[in-house]
Design a protein around this ligand. Structure first.
Ligand code: ZN
Length: 289
């Protein structure tokens, strides 16, 4: 179930629907803008039209901007990915250079930028393992890291002489988790429609109105990865059905979760996001009789 274009970094826009109300605050009497499900700056292609008001958009742009500008800055520059104002093209990354116990900072142009991924491994979503509630997101203390391309040592040695190079990546795990939640929620709206999703509290976590994003977002251990390595980003939908055996099919509801893998071509972690429940399932997918 993958809808990315054939080039992993391709940017062919796909409209997945027109919502007509803000998917976060549900207002429809305000100016609504389109919503990139996977952020534009990660070359996300799928959009929902008329899906976010300016107030909610301010909140989601802030945590997305933080993740894109810090946690994912190296792959974004190194792979020359999109940015809103074409700013990535001439951007430089600052690295520290230690020579004879002197530290100086040098700038490396985007095309020579090291490509280094670092992603946190979270505990499973609280709602799935019934541990006591905690604020924010809970990490396990381990990280996925992968160096796709190093700092161009020869070039640097030529220019600056020998020394020790260090690159810093920093990120806010809460913002990272909120961005994952926003992506999963966006897919859920596209797949099931805003009116049939029963929000159990995810939306207020995305908006930062409650501090419990770890209830919905995490990493669930699994033996096999779902994501193909031929696409940039991947998602997978999961529905857990529940119904009374003798009840009419119309009453069947499902608990909706998504697995999201960003930069899945590099064997990155797969995050699980419990989005909420979905109503009227019988009208949307064919169910076993
Ligand atoms: Zn709104």
């Amino acid at each position: 179930m993958n809808r990315e274009s054939s080039s992993p970094f391709g940017t062919t826009r796909t409209v997945l629907g027109t919502v007509g109300k803000c998917i976060y605050c549900k207002r429809s009497d305000v100016l609504l803008s389109e919503e990139h499900i996977i952020p534009f700056g990660l070359n996300g292609n799928q959009v929902l039209l008329e899906a976010s008001c300016s107030e909610c958009s301010k909140i989601t742009s802030a945590f997305e901007g933080d993740v894109l500008g810090r946690a994912f800055i190296l792959p974004r520059l190194g792979f020359n990915m999109r940015s809103r104002h074409g700013k990535n093209k001439d951007k430089k990354i600052t690295v520290s250079l230690e020579q004879n116990s002197n530290i100086s900072y040098i700038e490396i142009p985007a095309e020579d930028c090291p490509i280094l991924f670092m992603m946190p491994i979270f505990m499973p979503p609280e709602i799935l393992d019934n541990r006591p509630p905690q604020p924010g997101i809970q990490g396990t203390g381990s990280f996925y890291s992968n160096e796709i391309r190093g700092v161009p040592k020869e070039k640097l040695r030529e220019k600056f002489g020998p020394g020790k190079i260090a690159v810093n990546i920093s990120y806010n795990p809460n913002n990272f988790a909120r961005m994952l939640a926003k992506i999963a929620y966006g897919f859920a709206v596209a797949h099931f429609g805003i009116d049939d999703i029963v929000d159990l509290g995810l939306v207020s976590s995305i908006l930062g109105k409650t501090d419990n994003i770890g209830k919905w977002v995490g990493v669930v251990d699994s033996d096999e990865k779902f994501a193909p390595k031929t696409v940039l980003h991947s998602w997978q939908l999961g529905i857990q059905f529940s119904y009374e055996i003798d009840a009419p099919k119309e009453t069947v509801t499902g608990r909706l979760s998504y697995k999201i893998s960003l930069f899945s071509m590099f064997d990155t972690p797969e995050y699980t996001i419990v989005v909420g429940d979905v109503k009227n399932l019988a009208s949307k997918i064919s169910l076993p009789v």
